[in-house]
Design a protein around this ligand. Structure first.
Ligand code: ARG
Length: 256
């Protein structure tokens, strides 16, 4: 009987250990946020996805990307359905109540997109206007500082908000600045401009993990540190921010 129990125990142990060996990093994201995450053909790609692959490479794990609404991401990580979330997600106190964050890997601010000849030209004229945002984002919270909650129009896709603005249904869109620049450029619509005279606060993007998973946070931080020092991050920034690439080329040309 003792032998049998020992056998059973080792079998149970083996079953627990085997899946742990072929681990998969399940990455929750919302691919409506170019160039951090977006859909290309059948794939989810972007700066964040490449960073997730670097994290998985250092762990020796596989990657599986799971797309979901932005406001479903924190619950997915908190409940353990996803291993990490990387979604251009700003580290803030509210989210820290549900998940833990890595060190910051990117610094952004909000930006305000308006119509070139529209009524909104600065922070003052933005007040009480109809503002489009991505649901549950820091842009959503920022909008409420300028206008009534019922004048904040919430979209799942950032691009839908920008299209509604272009169609005259909104007065402005508030969204992270790098994404604002990307969307405006991709829409190729001369009537859309990003205001540069409204000062929004600094926001730092972090990678979220289930609360208490300190080993994983340490490993993610080590990868962030590595890619920041071995040139990987610079390469990725050039890959996803062609404007910066042009600026870098200009700088190089000027130096010659
Ligand atoms: N940085 C903003 C936030 O944390 C927006 C992030 C939106 N990300 C996305 N993948 N849709 O709220």
């Amino acid at each position: 009987m003792k032998k049998f129990t020992a056998l059973l125990l080792s079998l149970v142990l083996a079953l627990c250990v085997v899946p742990a060996m072929a681990e998969t990093l399940i990455v929750a994201t919302n691919p409506e946020f170019p160039p951090f995450e977006y859909v290309e053909g059948e794939d989810v790609v972007g700066l964040d996805i490449d960073i997730a692959r670097e994290i998985a490479k250092d762990l020796g794990w596989e990657v599986e990307v799971q797309s979901m609404a932005f406001d479903a991401i924190v619950p997915a990580v908190a409940s353990g359905k996803a291993t990490i979330a990387i979604a251009g997600m700003t580290i803030n106190d509210e989210r820290k109540m549900s998940v833990d964050f890595s060190d910051p890997y990117y610094n952004a601010k909000q930006a305000c997109i308006v119509l070139k000849d529209g009524v909104v030209t600065d922070g003052e004229t933005l007040k009480d206007k109809v503002i489009g945002v991505q649901q549950g984002t820091t842009g959503d919270f920022a909008a409420e500082e300028y206008t009534a909650a019922d004048k904040v129009m919430r979209y799942n896709k950032a691009l839908d908000a920008v299209m509604e603005l272009a169609g005259g249904k909104l007065d402005a869109v508030i969204i992270d600045a790098p994404v604002a620049a990307n969307l405006v450029a991709s829409m190729n619509n001369e009537n859309l401009v990003v205001l540069d005279n409204i000062e929004f606060g600094d926001e730092f993007y972090g990678i979220a993990v289930q609360k208490g998973n300190a080993d994983l946070v340490a490993s993610i931080n080590a990868t962030i540190e590595r890619i920041n020092t071995d040139g990987t991050m610079d390469e990725l920034l050039l890959k996803y921010f062609p404007v910066e690439e042009e600026a870098a080329e200009d700088a190089e040309a000027a130096a010659e």
